[in-house]
Ligand binder design. Structure first.
Ligand code: SF4
Ligand code: SF4
Length: 378
C-alpha cells in the first residue's frame, strides 16, 4: 500500500519560518515534485477576518512569503487569495491588517479578490445545496497550495486542511449556504463535497500551527503557542492525523466519516521530521458547544427539542458594528430598541456564523436548561 507522507517541523518563531517551511516541503519530496515551471499556483491562506497575525485567526504572512519563494524557485507564477467570512466588505483593509498586502507587494505577487474575480456554479452532488459557486481565481489556476491556520471551530470542532477550502466560495454565498447546512452533519457534507471537487488541484497543504487557536474558535478562541508546521499532499489524512495529535477522537468528525477515514489510515502514514510527541498539544481545548454533537443519538432523539444552544449578544462588550446582522444566514438578528443587536432565538439555526464574524467576541452561547445539565457532566 502506498504511504502518505506527513512532515512535522518544530518552529518557535515566525522569523525562522522560511527554513522551516522549506524543510517541511523538502521532506515531502521538494517543491518541484508538485509544481511545474510556468504553472499558475493559487496560494490560499486563511484570511477569515481583518485581524493582526498575532491573534491566530489568519495564516501568518511569513508562512505565505516562504511559500511564495518556493513557488518562484521552480519558475511557477504564484498568486495569493482567499475570501473572508461573513460580510467583510473592505477587503483592502483586511489585506492591510493581516499583512498580506505588505508581503505580496514586497514579493511582487498579485493579491486577488475572489469577490472581484467573479465565480461559476457547479453541481457538487450535495444533498442540501446542489449547485455551489466557486471563485474564478480557484477555477482558473493550475494548482492550489492550501495554507490553513490550525484552529478550533464552534460548528465543526476543528479547522485546518479541508475547512480552509470553504474560502474558495466567494463572499456572502458562504453565509447563504450555511442556511441550508447549519447543522454539523450537513456542513460536514458540504465541506466534504467541496474538498472532493478541488482535491485533484491541491498540490499540498501546509498548516500554520506555530500560533494556533483553541477554545471557541475560529475567531473568538484563545491563542496557543504550539510551534508546529505540518504538511502533506493529502489534506484529509493530514487533518485526521492532526486531530489525533490534539487528542480528538477522529470518529466524531463528520468530514472524516464521510471520507470513510478511521484510525486504521495511520498505518499508511509515514511521519517525517519531528516526532509527534515533541509538540506541546496536551489538553488542547475544543469548543464548548461541540459537546452537544457528542451526545448519544438516542438522547438527541428523545430530548432533541429541549437540547439547544443559541447565539446571544453580550451588550457589555458589543460595539454595535452590526456585522453579525449582515452575517446571519437566517435573518435572526435585528437591531433592538436599545440599538444593540438582538437574536430571535426562534429563528436562530445555531450555525454560529455570528460568533465567527463578531470582531469583539460579543456573541455568547445561550443554552437550554437541559443542555446546561448534560454539558456540565461532560
Ligand atoms: S455582537 Fe459583535 S458583530 Fe454584532 S454588533 Fe456587536 S460587536 Fe458587532
Ligand atoms: S443568530 Fe443564530 S442563525 Fe444567526 S448567525 Fe448567529 S447562530 Fe447563526
Amino acid at each position: 500500500m502506498p504511504m502518505t507522507k506527513i512532515s512535522l517541523i518544530k518552529c518557535d518563531d515566525y522569523n525562522k519560518v522560511n527554513n522551516a517551511v522549506k524543510e517541511a516541503v523538502n521532506l515531502l519530496g521538494g517543491v518541484s515534485a508538485f509544481i511545474k515551471p510556468s504553472e499558475k499556483i493559487l496560494i490560499k491562506p486563511n484570511l477569515l477576518a481583518p485581524k493582526d497575525p498575532s491573534k491566530a485567526v489568519t495564516t501568518h504572512p511569513e508562512i505565505v512569503r516562504a511559500v511564495i519563494k518556493l513557488v518562484k524557485e521552480v519558475g511557477a507564477v504564484p498568486v495569493v487569495g482567499d475570501s473572508p467570512g461573513g460580510d467583510v466588505r473592505d477587503i483592502k483593509n483586511l489585506w492591510k491588517v493581516t499583512q498580506m498586502e505588505k508581503v505580496c507587494s514586497e514579493e511582487k505577487v498579485e493579491l486577488m479578490s475572489f469577490e472581484a474575480a467573479g465565480s461559476k456554479k457547479f453541481d457538487i452532488n450535495d444533498k442540501n445545496i446542489r449547485r455551489v459557486n466557486f471563485s474564478n481565481v480557484a477555477l482558473d489556476c493550475d494548482g492550489i497550495i492550501s495554507l490553513p491556520k490550525l484552529k478550533t471551530h464552534t460548528l465543526m470542532s476543528f479547522s485546518a486542511g479541508i475547512k480552509n477550502l470553504y474560502g474558495l466560495v466567494p463572499g456572502l454565498m458562504k453565509v447563504e449556504y450555511h442556511k441550508y447546512a447549519s447543522k454539523n452533519k450537513d456542513f460536514a457534507d458540504l465541506l466534504t463535497n467541496i474538498y472532493l471537487f478541488f482535491k485533484s488541484k491541491i498540490r499540498f497543504t501546509l498548516v500554520d500551527g506555530i500560533l494556533s487557536m483553541e477554545g471557541n474558535g475560529p475567531s473568538a478562541g484563545e491563542v496557543r503557542k504550539t510551534d508546529l508546521i505540518a504538511a502533506s499532499c493529502d489534506a484529509a489524512v493530514l487533518d485526521a492525523y492532526l486531530l489525533d495529535m490534539l487528542g480528538y477522537d477522529i470518529s466524531n468528525s463528520g468530514i472524516l466519516k464521510n471520507l470513510k477515514m478511521t484510525k486504521s489510515v495511520f498505518s499508511t502514514v509515514e511521519i517525517l521530521g519531528e516526532k509527534r510527541g515533541s509538540f506541546n498539544l496536551k489538553e488542547f481545548k475544543f469548543p464548548s458547544v461541540r459537546k452537544l454533537d457528542l451526545f448519544p443519538k438516542f438522547i438527541i432523539r428523545i430530548f432533541g427539542k429541549f437540547l439547544w444552544i443559541k447565539a446571544a449578544v453580550n451588550e457589555k462588550i458589543c460595539m454595535r458594528c452590526m456585522l453579525c446582522i449582515r452575517s446571519c444566514p437566517a435573518g435572526a438578528i435585528r437591531p433592538g430598541i436599545n440599538q444593540y443587536p438582538h437574536v430571535d432565538a426562534k429563528k436562530c439555526i445555531s450555525c454560529f456564523c455570528c460568533h465567527e464574524m463578531c470582531p469583539h467576541k460579543a456573541i455568547i452561547f445561550k443554552k437550554s436548561i437541559l443542555a446546561k445539565i448534560f454539558m456540565k457532566d461532560r
